[in-house]
Design a protein around this ligand. Sequence first.
Ligand SMILES: *Cc1c(COP(=O)(O)O)cnc(C)c1O
Length: 408
Amino acid sequence: MLEKGKNMIKRIYLDHSATTYILDEVYEAMLPYLKKSFGNPSSFHWLGREARKSVENSREKIAEVISAKPNEIYFTSGGTEADNTAIKGVAFANQSKGNQIITSKIEHHAVIHTCQYLEKKGFNITYLPVDKYGTVGLDALKSAITDKTILISIMHANNEIGTIQPIEEIGRIAKESGIYFHTDAIQSFGKIPIDINKMNIDLLSMSAHKIYGPKGIGALFIRKGVKIESLFHGGHHEMNKRAGTENVPGIIGFGKAGEIAKKDIENNIYKKIGELRDYLQNGITEKINNVYVNGHPEKRLPIILDVCFEFIEGESIMLKLDGKGMAVSSGSACTSGSLEPSHVLLAMGIEPALAQGSVRFSLGKENTKQEMDEVLSVLPEIIESLREMSPFSSEIPFPEGAGPRKRH
Ligand SMILES: *Cc1c(COP(=O)(O)O)cnc(C)c1O
């Protein structure tokens, strides 16, 4: 349907928080390492040295984005591995000090499921609540700390709603209490400024494919001196912390993407993307009734717009938009065939039925105002037609207890 010559429908990609395309410059930078510069960075001959030099160059570029030192950057297979390494690594290395880890209810599954695994291994996990904007309360954090707390892991920007946490304050609290602080910065890295020293961050997860780099490569910043165990054992790669021959093309692509992202932040391109996001948001709230914008009104990643459309399912909206060539994401996760409302929205106090109606639009560098207009030209009709079919929007009241949620 998409490739029918003249009838080809225009494709609009609004799912950049799921993944991004690879920039031309990134692709070009990677190409030699997929073919002629195939050396193993651990080899001491000319071909190995060539690869080693490029890997170290990328390490410097990634370090620069967060004001870290290159020897504090460890390449991983992506964001998930970085989160796993930070949390399990610190947990296993510091068990003798205590078994409590503090995180939040709105973390990515790479953090939540890792913490649930550690619970089974005898760790005590505190999942901090959030307010209606998805922000973690600092008082709740302070009162959750005990003399058994070994790690605080709270994400920088949320991947569904975009809310940015008060990372600097959390870092200060962690430092004052002598507790390691990890942040999953996979959504914010390369989009908003990060300074690991100002923010008192000890461990920070990054991923390339959210910033126009390749998939399957990421990194973990580990502050010098942090006690951490490795997840992988083998050769002496990555300063003895992560065994396995490096993904050289991936690392080169990640370095290039990081270098470009740093310039993009300096050139304020995310201000423009934020304006485009606000344009879409205003259009949706003006043209459609019974919609709720999720996340913090200001402290929010400029690329993310998460909206709940009342009475219908986000999944159906996503499929209808897909039929028009528009890629968005629905907030609900498909778990064993049934749609589960997002744990993030539930933690913010949104009723399950409303949470089912969530759609995430996440913008990128190539999106245009014209594309926003095209979305705005089809979305009201889609919502209207779905609501016409929805039993929940009928005026006939449900029998006691039968409705999905109370109408107001
Ligand atoms: C994408 C994402 C991850 C997982 O990163 P991968 O590189 O896909 O493994 C973890 N946390 C957040 C917040 C993300 O957005």
